[in-house]
Design a protein around this ligand. Sequence first.
Ligand code: TRP
Length: 458
Amino acid sequence: MEKEKINRESFSGTLAVFFATLGSAVGLGNIWKFPYVVGKNGGAAFILVYLICVAFVGIPVMVSEFYIGRKTHKNVMGALKELTPNPLWKTIGVFGILTAYFIMFYYSCVAGWVYSYIFKALKGDFTNVTADSASTLFGKTVVGPWPPLVWQFIAMAVVSLILIKGVEKGIERVTKTLIPVLFVLIIVCGIRALTLPGASEGLKFLFKVDFSQITPGAILAAMGLAFFKLSLGMGTMVTYGSYFTKDTNLISTSAKVAVADTIVSLLAGIAIFPTVFSFGMKPEAGPGLLFMTIPLVFSKLPFGNILLVAFFFLTAIAATTAMISIVEVLIAYFTEEKGFKRSSAVIINAIIILLMGSLATLSADKASVLGNLSVFFGKGFFDTFDFISSNILMPIGGLLIALFVGYIVKKQSLINELSNNENLKNIGLITTFKYVLMGITPILLIIVFLSSLNIIKF
Ligand code: TRP
């Protein structure tokens, strides 16, 4: 049985470890990002590449982050300082901080949309919804300019209050009960979606692989999505690892979290794509995909409107807990390394995030105020923040982590930590892990980079 007592140094047991880690992994990434990125990149073939990235890059990097965290019991910066004098590896920490900002700039914007959808559903804006009205309503929601900025502010205010009050532990308990409810709602949604007329097209899109869809850009996107989904490459999992107990099995926890997270993403896909095809919408609709399809599925269910409110409410909670885990990286750095008071650290970071994040909000749609402004290879602010964090900073952070744990860390130290001082009889598995980490993980990452820069071609 799990104990309720969770203290600063460690989580209380195996199940608590699993749920806490899953709580960071599951967020808008599964429900909002995964479906729209899959939609933009052609479906099944992209998912296949994604799964390869999760298996050969995601899981090894997660194990490495857990290793660094539990070995040192410190935040990323402190942990690397303790493990090595070489400044090169400190870049991992610096990248972590940068990534946290870049993610938050646009994540807070999308969280704002989710918050606003709870109220739209409550007001009954989705009664008699059609494909057209759903997309018009989404357009209105994001173009603003004021309402989306206000909602983004509200989302950040909630995150900041929780961070200042430090009731994260309470939140953990809430997520533990609510995430399973969200699972159930997504499954209900998926079942209804599958019984819509023309639903099979959606399933084909999700599961029938067409290799011609695989482009270098799609491969980079799949890699970026794997990092984003599993909260990797920026030290979040180092921090989580630092709270694990000495009997946590690091390898099996990583594998379980990756599998559970992937299942949630696929379920979201099963709820969304059959609906897209059934209503004659476009899978490549982009960031609005979730917001345009989910109201349609629920409109076909008894008590649909109440369920819709519940769906957005639970999604808002998942998004809020994910944001807390991202901003906590910044707060830990400001307080532990720079000597800030916790409340000042939270307020300063909230201001930075809102100032820069408003640029994301004002460029989220073609019709937005800054919708046509290109800041980075034809991308606007919103896409740039996403691209730089997921597709550049996190994979580079992941590459450095893999190289560090694969080549610099002593094999015996790795064995001790991953076998819990030889309590687990998993030496074979650890050896395999080390080879994957030294060979396959960095090579795949480097190939993905080079191909996306067009330096190598398939
Ligand atoms: N994984 C979360 C999601 O899917 C987002 C997230 C939370 C994250 N913490 C992170 C991403 C740390 C990168 C790093 O929504």
